[in-house]
Design a protein around this ligand. Structure first.
Ligand SMILES: [Zn+2]
Length: 417
């Protein structure tokens, strides 16, 4: 897999297109024969799967949305469930979905990321400090960091980044001698802000970020404190496409990972929704999946890196407010609490006041209120730490924000009370 990616890294656009179309044809054949959803689609539409041969033929297949995964997820499977991993997410949209991944596609994901790191001179398996949601913070309270020797990682609890813990955390981090920092931008920025307050730096080769939109201010803070470039990548739980920065700052689509289409956003002149067709997940074929994430115009000049990977505008994806725990700790990326709820059509977590939260859900088929409530409480304990107050509110439809969007995270109180 890594060799294949490496070959396309230097390929011209014609070769990249040939490689995409070869795998597209094979995936359409698999789906037409074995996926109940696509079997039905080809039968009812009268379209011959063999007529889908090139990228130009792709629009013969229907666009998919989160609703398809919400209501018919198992009809997309072509492997038995036991041969795949299930993953869940609510993303920014507050509508939790499930997907399946083959072990091969998970390896592929890592290869694609490692290829990008290579552009910055970062080797696979480089020692990394990881800053994102970490279960150990709840299961081993009092522990601020945890080394994972096999993976050459040092986990730092994202939920313990307060001034009084900084000395202990930094002693572990410096002893670990990281080559890179990786994780949620909001958590990395919290650590960077704590270090800057003390006029301290932690030089590393690069800072690897994903899952949230990077603001210019955050990038400047992170690059200043960690003395290295930010390697940002964009992906989704559905893993239908990937894009990321190169060493010259270009934001490229990774064409070997998936085919990307840009769907014009209605009533705008220069915004497009990203639509992805993954080329690596043979057990769960999806075509033309609408990510719900939007980009602006791509740069018109070619990227100085010389790669034929298409450039896209930056993704305006997840920008989440942090919550504040009962004891005043900042809690980054609070949507992780509602990521794994099942039997709900819509979900949202609201901070009413410091340490007081409300999870709102709109039920879907199979909704089990006591079970959802139990999951919410367990997640809040695990992710935010003990001592928080959370209530579950069931409603037919969660109210939208002013722009009509359902937000997965809302801060209603100011967090100071
Ligand atoms: Zn580039």
């Amino acid at each position: 897999m890594c060799r294949q990616l490496d070959r396309l890294d230097h390929a011209d656009s014609a070769e990249i297109k040939r490689s995409q179309e070869r795998r597209l044809r094979a995936l359409v054949r698999v789906a037409a024969a074995r996926s109940p959803f696509y079997r039905e689609y080809f039968r009812e539409s009268g379209i011959n799967p063999r007529s889908i041969r090139t990228l130009d033929d792709l629009p013969q297949l229907p666009l998919l949305t989160r609703d398809h995964l919400l209501e018919r997820v198992d009809e997309f499977r072509v492997y038995p469930r036991r041969l795949m991993w299930a993953a869940r997410s609510s993303g920014t949209s507050g509508r939790p979905i499930s997907v399946y991944r083959t072990p091969g596609s998970s390896v592929y994901e890592l290869c694609a990321l490692e290829q990008q790191w290579g552009w910055f001179g970062l080797r696979p398996g480089a020692h990394r400090v990881m800053l994102r949601g970490s279960d150990f913070a709840a299961t081993e309270p009092g522990q601020l960091t945890k080394a994972i020797p096999g993976a050459r990682q040092l986990l730092v609890s994202s939920f313990q980044l307060i001034p009084s813990n900084l000395d202990a955390i930094m002693a572990d981090v410096r002893a670990f001698a990281p080559v890179a920092i990786e994780g949620w931008p909001s958590s990395i920025a919290l650590l960077a802000a704590l270090l800057r307050e003390r006029d301290e730096k932690l030089p590393v080769k690069a800072v690897i970020t994903s899952s949230e939109t990077m603001t210019a201010g955050r990038i400047a803070l992170i690059e200043d404190v960690f003395c290295g470039p930010v390697i940002d990548h964009y992906g989704q739980t559905e893993r239908v496409m990937m894009a990321g920065t190169c060493e010259h700052g270009g934001f490229h689509v990774f064409p070997d990972y998936g085919i990307v289409e840009l769907l014009p956003v209605p009533h705008t002149e220069s915004r497009w929704e990203l639509v992805g067709t993954p080329l690596h997940n043979w057990g769960f074929p999806l075509f033309r999946y609408r990510t719900g994430d939007e980009v602006g115009p791509a740069p018109t000049q070619p990227c100085p890196c010389g790669r034929s990977f298409p450039l896209v505008g930056r993704v305006s994806g997840r920008v989440e407010d942090s919550f504040t725990a009962a004891d005043g700790r900042p809690v980054p990326l609070p949507s992780t609490v509602i990521d794994d709820l099942s039997g709900v059509r819509e979900a949202q977590i609201v901070q009413l006041a410091r340490g007081r939260y409300e999870v709102r859900v709109a039920p879907a088929a199979g909704f089990d209120e006591p079970e959802v409530e139990e999951t919410v409480r367990r997640n809040v304990d695990r992710i935010f730490g003990a001592g928080q107050h959370v209530t579950l509110r069931v409603m037919p439809r969660i109210p939208r924000s002013d722009n009509g969007k359902l937000k997965s995270v809302v801060v209603e109180g100011d967090g100071s009370s």
